[in-house]
Design a protein around this ligand. Structure first.
Ligand code: XMP
Length: 618
């Protein structure tokens, strides 16, 4: 790539940025997972942010109050690395480059970037060198989070070095007159202690934003937009019982009145215990409108007969959803132009690049199948929440008066319990692993491997690897969690670690994995265990403290009995997650209760963070 060093004077410091409260920030995505984090932080600070690819046509950004160039996994030296259009820098907008974005600013405005010999990763102490608007109100030293290989060796002309660390001389640079800044570290992550203050300073001091945007203030505008888009038409909405489609439904009903809205809830048979009844009664109580339950359990279970491979299960479920929706949409009643389709699509679902997970394929898939694409082209799809993040959707739901019980439900994957009911095609036993056993023994536990392969994250791709089982020691998170990390870091053939809760010690040679497929009986057993776990979380006031608590059924035990794995996690958006450390006495009592359910023999606790393990096992 040739560095573009267009004349800096084309950036007009007295240009449109002086207009206060133009209100919108553009976050330019260079790949990786950080752009949604930045956009969410900016919105939390009260400024509306939207994401564009870094190569966006600069003309589309003329009305924005400022631009953030996000980090990304590429090196500016790679031929194929994402690049902005040169005209971006001639817009005269306040700009903040983060990590890769910082290096792009340096290169495009005539500075010098050098390849790093090593990768700097982790916390560093930032020392402020000169005063400036970005670090206003901050102490001379700050803890920041670094993750980079290349670095800026010389800022462009006119830029000052604002701050440095021991390892990185140009950790922050800025041109106060142009209001263009670059940070080598990541202000959007919690490990940068004053990152929010830096972003607030950029938005308030450099972009002159009013910082008064709030999702709930948009409700009136959304209702108006729904009325305009719908005109005289009626709306059909697919409801999952989750927060997004529930809030979308409530908005559409509020805008058009219940008589013009119909909701269809597809019962796949893989819902939680009594879930369909609870959703029906919750919606009846809210008097929102007509809710039709489409019972498709036989269809889903029928197609999954004898299937054991996780990816095949997911593909079959995805296709069954598509077929059911297609069948409903093909109904003569809805086929006419008098109807449009409403969907609870939210912002991350609409952004194709950066941070889009393989896990979301099914969801994205059934929001964008062929028939729905046709409706989109005809202007017959209504997606009132497509600009919002999940926490903002909850705020909108609260301001519509929806009950917390509906809004604060844990996320539940589209394929439901089908991906939490593990299957196996052959009889297999525990696999001794002397390397893992030796590491575990140092921490006071026994360990072996199970050939149950679950999904993990390695770099940007998903992996399937074996399960490590720890037993024979005390349940003590302070020892177990570092041990889990040490094992998955050192041994790449395992990506998930569990600790035995009940019984706490086992004789692995007497336990086996047995062939198992999806059957109504196994799903029913999982529903019973899942119900007991949800009741425990709600009863102990823990439900709102965890992001999600998948309960997983494993065909592993003595004889026909199965094992239940608990997977409580703490997370912000599901992209990364930490093990939730539930109080041990209550946990052991719960494990005891679960192990006394007929058909369940043992209970284990998943002690793996994401990464290296995904939240769901399949
Ligand atoms: P993973 O397992 O990738 O999950 O760590 C992250 C979040 O996504 C949810 N998830 C899904 N949601 N359809 C969905 O609607 C799916 O196929 C799906 N797979 C995973 C998961 O429950 C967690 O909240």
């Amino acid at each position: 790539m040739e560095a573009w060093s267009g004349p800096v004077s084309e950036c007009d410091p007295n240009g449109p940025v002086t207009l206060r409260n133009m209100g919108r920030i553009a976050v330019l995505d260079s790949g990786g997972q950080y752009c949604h984090l930045i956009a969410r932080k900016v919105r939390e600070l009260g400024v509306y942010a939207e994401i564009f690819p870094v190569g966006v046509d600069p003309d589309l950004l003329r009305e924005h109050a400022g631009i953030v160039l996000s980090g990304g996994p590429s090196s500016v030296f790679d031929e194929a690395s994402p690049q902005p259009q040169a005209g971006l820098f001639a817009l005269g907008k306040p700009m903040l480059g983060i990590c890769y974005g910082h290096q792009l600013i340096a290169r495009y405005l005539g500075g010098r970037v050098e390849r790093g010999d090593t990768h700097e990763f982790g916390s560093a102490t930032l020392q402020l060198r000169v005063d400036g608007v970005l670090f206003e109100g901050m102490l001379p030293e700050q803890q920041v989070w670094m993750s980079h290989g290349d670095h800026v060796a010389r800022p462009p002309d006119g830029f000052a070095i604002l701050a440095g660390t021991d390892e990185c001389e140009v950790a922050a640079m800025g041109h106060e007159a142009l209001r263009v800044y670059g940070l080598q570290f990541h202000p959007e992550v919690v490990h940068t202690h004053n990152g929010s203050t830096m972003l607030r300073n950029f938005l308030g001091n450099a972009c002159d934003c009013a910082m008064d945007w709030q999702p709930q203030n948009r409700v009136q505008g959304l209702l108006q937009k729904i009325k305009e888009s719908a005109g005289d038409r009626r709306v059909l909405l697919f409801l999952s019982g989750g927060v997004d489609s529930t809030v979308a439904y409530a908005l559409v009903v509020r805008a058009l009145g219940p008589e013009r809205v119909e909701a269809v809830y597809v019962d796949t048979g893989f819902m939680r215990d009594r879930e369909t009844d609870e959703i029906e009664s919750a919606f009846r109580d809210l008097e929102l409108g007509k809710l039709r339950v489409f019972r498709a359990a036989d269809l889903f279970m029928g197609r999954l007969q004898g299937v054991t491979d996780p990816e095949t299960k997911r593909a079959i479920i995805g296709q069954a959803f598509v077929d059911v929706q297609d069948q409903i949409l093909g109904d003569d009643r809805y086929a006419s132009q008098d109807w449009m389709l409403g969907q609870g699509t939210i912002y991350p679902d609409t952004i194709e690049s950066g941070g889009t997970q393989a896990a979301d394929v099914i969801k994205t898939h059934h929001n964008r199948v062929e028939r729905i694409q046709e409706l989109l082209v005809q202007g017959r799809v209504l997606e009132p929440l497509s600009e919002f993040y999940k926490d903002e959707v909850r705020e909108i739901g609260r301001s519509l008066g929806l009950p917390a019980r509906l809004l604060d439900r844990h996320p539940f994957p589209g394929p439901g319990l089908a991906i939490r009911c593990l299957c196996a095609s052959a009889t297999e036993g525990a696999v001794p692993d002397s390397g893992i056993a030796a590491v575990a023994e140092q921490a006071g536990y026994s360990a072996f491997l199970l050939p149950i392969r679950s999904v993990g994250v390695q770099g940007d791709s998903r992996s399937y690897a074996q399960l490590t089982v720890l037993h024979g020691g005390e349940i003590d998170f302070a020892r177990l969690l570092p041990l889990s990390t040490a094992i998955t870091n050192e041994f790449r053939h395992t990506n998930r670690v569990v600790a035995c809760l009940a019984p706490q010690e086992i004789e692995p040679r007497q336990w086996g994995i047995r062939p198992a497929t999806l059957t109504p009986e196994r799903v029913r057993l999982l529903q019973t265990a899942d119900r007991a776990v949800t009741d425990y979380l709600r009863g102990e006031g823990l439900y709102d403290q965890v992001w999600q608590c998948p309960v997983v059924l494993l065909p592993w035990g003595q004889g026909d009995a199965e094992t239940v794995a608990l997977r409580p996690v703490v997370s912000v958006d599901g992209m990364t997650a930490s093990v939730a450390e539930l109080p041990i006495p209550g946990l052991l009592a719960l494990a005891h209760r679960l192990a006394s359910i007929e058909g369940i023999h043992a209970v284990v606790y998943d002690i793996s963070h994401k990464p290296p393990s995904t939240i769901e096992w399949e």
